[in-house]
Write a protein that binds this ligand. Structure first.
Ligand code: ADP
Ligand code: MG
Length: 193
C-alpha cells in the first residue's frame, strides 16, 4: 500500500496552547517541518487578521518563518487544504483564537476525513478567561500540549498573558509592548494594580 494511503483514516486533532511567547508557533512549525520531511502534503494556515510580521508567512517571535495560506473565515479552510491538486494529509493552523466560532467544527470535519490537524492558539485571553472557542477545540482534540513562557517578573513558568497597554478589546494584536507573560501570582498581583 502507498504510504499516504495507509495514513488516511488516522485523522486526529492536536492542540498546542499556552500564553504569548510560550513557543506555540515554534512547536507548530517544528511539526510542519517534520511532516514535510516525511513528504506528506502539508498546508499551513493563518487568519487574515494576523499581519504582525509578514502578510503571508507564519513567523515566530524568534523570526522562524514558513509560507502559509491566509484565510479569512474558518469555513474557508475547507477550500484551502490541497497541495498541487492532492488533498493535504496534514493541516496546521496558527493563531486559532482569532478565527470565528466555526473553527472547532471545521477542524473536526477535516480530522474525520483522515487528516492530521494541528492547531496552535492562546488558551486564555488577557483577563485569564478561556479564549472564545479554544475550550471546545481542547475538548475535541486527541492530544493537547500546554506550553509555558518564562514569567518576566519571577522567572517562573508563565501561564498567563498580561496586557500592559492598549485597549480593553479581547482581540488586539501586539507584542511585548502590549502583552507580557506572567506566572499565576504575578498575574494576580498585576491585575490588582
Ligand atoms: P508563541 O507563538 O507562543 O507566542 P513563539 O513560538 O512565537 O511563541 O516564540 C517563542 C520564543 O519567544 C521563545 O523561543 C523565545 O526565544 C522568545 N521569548 C521572548 N520572550 C520570552 C519569554 N518571556 N518566555 C519565553 N520565550 C520568550
Ligand atoms: Mg504564535
Amino acid at each position: 500500500m502507498h504510504r499516504s494511503e495507509s495514513y488516511i483514516g488516522e485523522g486526529r486533532l492536536e492542540v498546542i496552547c499556552g500564553p504569548m511567547f510560550s513557543g506555540k508557533t515554534e512547536e507548530l512549525l517544528r511539526r510542519v517541518r517534520r511532516s514535510l520531511i516525511a513528504n506528506l502534503p502539508t498546508v499551513l494556515i493563518k487568519p487574515a487578521i494576523d499581519t504582525r510580521y509578514a502578510a503571508n508567512d507564519v513567523v515566530s517571535h524568534d523570526k522562524n518563518a514558513m509560507p502559509s495560506v491566509v484565510v479569512e473565515k474558518a469555513r474557508d479552510i475547507l477550500d484551502s487544504i490541497e497541495v498541487n491538486g492532492r488533498p493535504a494529509l496534514v493541516v496546521a493552523i496558527d493563531e486559532a483564537q482569532f478565527f470565528d466560532d466555526s473553527l472547532p467544527a471545521v477542524c473536526n470535519e477535516i480530522a474525520n476525513r483522515g487528516v492530521r490537524v494541528i492547531v496552535a492558539g492562546l488558551d486564555l485571553d488577557f483577563n485569564g478567561v478561556p479564549f472564545g472557542h479554544m475550550p471546545e477545540l481542547l475538548a475535541l482534540a486527541e492530544d493537547v500540549t500546554k506550553l509555558h513562557a518564562v514569567c518576566v517578573e519571577t522567572g517562573r513558568s508563565a501561564h498567563f498573558s498580561h496586557k500592559i497597554s492598549g485597549s480593553g478589546d479581547t482581540v488586539e494584536l501586539g507584542e511585548k509592548d502590549k502583552y507580557i507573560p506572567l506566572a499565576r501570582h504575578a498575574f494576580v498581583a498585576a491585575r490588582k494594580k
